[in-house]
Design a protein around this ligand. Structure first.
Ligand code: CTP
Length: 427
């Protein structure tokens, strides 16, 4: 049923918001996309396009009212697969197509989901292709409501959604904003990126479920005066990739982020900080409730002794530039450590392994990820990375150049192995 009915043009190098790992997870995965009749139905076209770009196998089911808003042909062209619309289609149903579409799916997404489909699903009504297929489908289901704010906030819709969530449906959105009906409020379809993120999570084995992890990311900024600060070019990409990967694997994730412009991963609890001191306080405060910490942040080692209240005049710069050390967060965590797994990064321009080994020991880490800042396509602002993992006992592992998301997945693989070892020792 998910066989390609059309030859679909897929560019050989697909860029899905720079997330190559996303592409790997979605590639060849069978996704059932239910589109119901709301103005946001046109946004499901973009979702279909991105899923197809990532080489997912998307089967779209449209309700009759969805077809009043968007033509099935548009979904058919974008997905490269026939669109299911009529339960009693003589040809498609000669092999009981709706059962097969539903049982083949690895995840089902309803976007947009109207109050009507939410009501029907919450009460077991199966009177068209989509409702029938969803009753058959046992895969994880993601519901993305989009409707008028009063409708969304009505008791009946809220109760129906609570019922669906109670049965294991994941809900994404809606978000607040201008609605098609001319009012402002909760009711806009969640951003397509958020829906994609939830799909990827649903398709990832939940191997970190029950674990609480904390990741730090980005640079810190240490103020010198109201208009100047000490900082570094860290983009935060490695730390955000680590937080996203842990979330996809089912962990409860806290991301302590220095100033950067990246959108935080969906459903991660984000603590924004500016200075090394703020990062220190946020991380130490969370540490006791955390099972693993990965410090990917590029924390400033020094800060100005005093922040000048006014802009420092050039004539006075030399006497004003006195620095003092910041707290070494990871060193402190190494002292506080009980059963937590502690992972550090070593950002180096020389003597990579020697320096990494010293930091591993000094900070009492379980392993350290050594990053050669002089290599091409690695480090601070790059989308890719190439690292060496150094273990106590000086064993080293090279992870060849790949996306930061792929490196993040490999780092969590190793953290998971350490937990398995801990469990083995305990039993
Ligand atoms: N780190 C930290 N607190 C600091 C400085 C660094 O927690 N004040 C963490 C980083 O997040 C990283 C690890 O320690 O995980 C190593 O950071 P790095 O900058 O490579 O080394 P430093 O320990 O700062 O030593 P140096 O600057 O001399 O290389």
């Amino acid at each position: 049923m998910f066989e390609n009915a059309f030859v679909l043009f897929v560019p050989s190098v697909v860029k899905l918001k720079g997330k190559e790992e996303a592409m790997t997870i979605l590639k060849d995965r069978k996704i059932l996309l239910g589109v119901t009749g709301g103005i946001a139905a046109y946004k499901a076209l973009e979702l279909t396009r991105l899923l197809a770009l990532a080489e997912a196998r998307v089967r779209v089911i449209m309700t009759q009212s969805a077809m009043e808003f968007v033509q099935p042909l548009s979904f058919q062209v974008l997905s490269g697969q026939p669109v299911c619309t009529h339960l009693f289609d003589l040809e498609a149903e000669s092999r009981i197509g709706h059962i097969q579409v539903a049982t083949d799916a690895e995840v089902a997404v309803i976007a947009p989901a109207t109050a009507n489909i939410i009501g029907k699903l919450a009460h077991g009504i199966a009177d068209d292709y989509l409702t029938t297929a969803l009753l058959v489908c046992t895969a994880p289901k993601i519901i993305c409501p989009a409707m008028n704010v009063n409708m969304y906030e009505s008791q009946v819709v809220q109760e129906n959604l609570a019922r669906l969530r109670g049965w294991g449906f994941h809900q994404v959105g809606p978000e607040a904003g201008d609605l098609a009906c001319g009012v402002r409020g909760l009711g806009r379809l969640a951003p397509v990126d958020d829906i994609l993120e939830c799909i990827q999570q649903a398709l990832t084995p939940q191997s970190l479920q029950g674990k609480r992890v904390l990741v730090t990311a980005g640079p810190t900024k240490e103020s010198l005066d109201p208009v100047r600060h000490l900082t570094n070019p860290s983009s935060g990409k490695m730390g955000y990739a680590l937080a996203r990967a842990a979330k996809w694997r089912g962990a409860e994730v806290t991301l302590v982020s220095g100033p950067c412009s990246l959108a935080p991963p969906h459903r991660v609890s984000l603590i924004r900080v500016t200075s090394a001191q703020e990062m220190y306080e946020a991380v130490v405060d969370q540490f006791a409730q955390t099972d693993a910490v990965v410090m990917a942040a590029a924390v400033s080692d020094y800060r100005p002794k005093k922040k000048a209240p006014e802009k420092i005049k050039k004539i006075k710069v030399s006497e004003s530039l006195q620095l003092e050390k910041t707290e070494d967060i990871l060193l402190r965590l190494g002292e506080l450590k009980q059963r937590q797994i502690l992972v550090g990064f070593a950002a180096e321009t020389e003597n990579l392994l020697e320096n990494a080994k010293v930091k591993l020991r000094q900070k009492n880490l379980d392993f350290i990820v050594a990053n050669d800042l002089t290599a091409a396509n690695t480090g601070f602002e790059s989308d890719t990375n190439e690292v060496t993992i150094v273990w106590p006992g000086d064993e080293v592992e090279n992870l060849s150049q790949k996306s930061k998301e792929a490196i993040a997945m490999e780092i969590w693989d190793r953290v998971e192995r350490l937990w398995q070892k801990q469990k083995h020792v305990d039993s």
